[in-house]
Design a protein around this ligand. Sequence first.
Ligand SMILES: Cc1cc2nc3c(=O)[nH]c(=O)nc-3n(C[C@H](O)[C@H](O)[C@H](O)COP(=O)(O)O)c2cc1C
Length: 217
Amino acid sequence: MADPDNSPRSVDEDEQLDVTWLAGGWEPLLRHWIEQATARGVAEPGAMVLATVSLADGTPRPVARTVLCRGLSPEGVVFYTNFDSAKGAQLAAVPYAAVTFLWTPLGRQVHVRGAVQRVSAETTAAYWHARPRDSQLGAWASHQSQPIASRAELERELAQVIARFDDVDEIPVPPNWGGFLLRPDEVEFWQERHARLHNRIRVRITGDSSTIERLQP
Ligand SMILES: Cc1cc2nc3c(=O)[nH]c(=O)nc-3n(C[C@H](O)[C@H](O)[C@H](O)COP(=O)(O)O)c2cc1C
């Protein structure tokens, strides 16, 4: 097996991530890395592990799961979910989150951390209506994060939703479903290098100003 310390997978030696790469802001570089992961054939290049804080047991605890990045702009990253889900409740109570993208074949990861807010109903509607009908039906059928007795029970829920919207061309957005925008106050780009001397460049954003620093690996 190749020793990862001696076989950087991502880039040539002369393509070393540096603070200068962030001169145009964090968003163009994140977009570029997602595009490169897509070109490399990485499955779900927009997948990101989303960490939230649960206060359910009185003690703050981290909770992580994967969601898909469905919007990217200098404002932040957008994902869609059920507002009544565990993550939805956690974000309502503590509106801060962290996401991590990981593209193993490229030896890269990106962390985005900051405050979270709901996107507008118009933004959610535009995304919702572009989704496949099956996904829309599934979103209506699932009370995400709630226990259910069996798979059969879930299929019955779906059958009811299919019947309910049988005559409806444009299925409406569920009232408890929509997008969250994570507005970063910190973004870190990580690139695997030899001898574990990886490249880490962090951007910290406060208002209109930002600080770009190299971190030790
Ligand atoms: C690759 C991948 C992408 C996913 N994308 C989403 C997503 O965009 N939105 C979502 O609500 N759940 C998504 N899920 C499911 C979540 O990981 C999670 O199981 C679900 O949202 C319930 O999480 P919660 O109970 O912590 O709220 C995805 C799972 C995987 C493996």
